[in-house]
Write a protein that binds this ligand. Structure first.
Ligand SMILES: NC(=O)c1ccc[n+]([C@@H]2O[C@H](COP(=O)([O-])OP(=O)(O)OC[C@H]3O[C@@H](n4cnc5c(N)ncnc54)[C@H](OP(=O)(O)O)[C@@H]3O)[C@@H](O)[C@H]2O)c1
Length: 313
């Protein structure tokens, strides 16, 4: 059995719990592929699962849900990928985790072809955050041309991709972000920006949809921005106020949480947008796999613009 390097943890805590280890290289089972990882995007769920059991709840644990790489081997019955194919995607959330390694096994249909001309860092930055934005704005909200959407933390990993996807749908896009990030968000297509540090976001004209990335008080106050019949979709699972759906319903609104799911159709749609040059990730920083702890430390600040990506030489 050949071995591989991976970033593993035997306990929960800060980035000091992360260790580079040698593990057995996994083999693809039926319907699975083995991917040689070239880049793996980092997400807040990685920062959080380093600290507590969360939705995965097992140790030792190799984190990482986003992957871009090259198919090394395919399991029984796989027809859509071949060794040598360049692919990207999200490992099934939450239990499929393990991309912060030289190799990872994934269900064949979690992965799609990496667009030509897009490098692995760019492709590795996109899947989880873009699928989340897609599942909120397209699958759940069915955003239509001319509708108005408020995106909280528009400069974050999900937010900056959501801005672009909402514009693709023909929506009027309002984002919250600190002022230094407004120029970038305008470039990505945002129509209106609110500096949440100095302005009251509830003063905007009413919107059809809120993409809530923050939860808590921000989610509660966001109900004030919705048109009659409007909806708030929250991805801030851990801080989603329990009584918000009832509060919303009492006002003729809807509010509900959403957890990203593996979704081949969504991944294909996202890959098409990337291929067409209509969706791109802003990558604030890359770190080699061995320096994964630095990526976690950056993520833990909560101030990342766009994405942080690990590279595997
Ligand atoms: N439910 C799901 O399936 C799912 C999927 C993906 C993500 N999530 C969750 O959604 C949240 C956002 O994820 P992400 O990847 O976008 O996070 P992220 O990349 O870490 O977000 C960082 C951004 O948040 C901005 N920010 C921080 N506080 C803000 C505030 N009060 N108002 C506006 N912007 C603020 C920061 O900008 P400034 O520097 O300008 O403050 C920074 O650019 C996380 O909690 C994540 O765990 C859930």
């Amino acid at each position: 059995m050949t071995t591989m390097k991976a970033i593993s943890q035997h306990t929960y805590g800060g980035s000091e719990v992360l260790q580079e280890v040698e593990l057995d290289r996994p083999s693809p089972g039926p319907s699975e592929v083995l991917v040689r990882v070239r880049a793996a995007g980092m997400n807040p769920t990685d920062w959080k699962h380093k600290q507590f059991a969360g939705l995965v709840g097992r140790l030792p644990l190799v984190l990482g849900w986003d992957v871009s790489g090259v198919v090394e081997a395919v399991g029984l019955g796989v027809t859509i990928h071949r060794p040598g194919d360049e692919v990207f995607g999200m490992l099934p959330y939450p239990h499929g985790v393990g991309a912060f390694a030289e190799f990872v096994v994934a269900p064949a249909r979690a992965l799609v072809r990496k667009p030509e001309g897009v490098d692995h860092v760019q492709a590795g930055a996109i899947p989880l955050a873009a699928l989340t934005a897609w599942q909120v704005l397209v699958d759940a909200a069915d955003l239509r041309p001319g509708q108005r959407v408020l995106i909280h933390a528009a400069a974050g990993g999900v937010g900056h991709l959501a801005v672009q996807i909402a514009k693709e749908r023909g929506a009027y896009v309002i984002g919250t972000a600190s002022a230094p990030k407004h120029a970038l968000l305008r470039e990505l297509g945002a129509d209106q920006l609110i500096d949440y540090r100095t302005e009251d976001f509830t003063a905007i004209d009413p919107v059809d949809v809120v993409l809530d990335t923050l939860g808590g008080e921000t989610a509660v106050r966001s109900l004030d921005t919705l048109k009659p019949g409007g909806q708030l979709i929250s991805i801030a699972i851990g801080s989603f106020p329990q009584d918000l759906p009832a509060q919303a319903a009492a006002r003729g609104l809807r509010a509900y949480p959403l957890l990203v799911e593996a979704d081949q159709a969504g991944m294909r749609a996202i890959a098409d947008l990337v291929t067409a040059g209509r969706l791109r990730a802003v990558v604030e920083a890359t770190f080699p796999l061995a320096q994964a702890a630095k990526g976690h430390d950056l993520g833990d600040t909560g101030r990342v613009t766009g994405k942080v990506v690990l590279t595997v030489p």
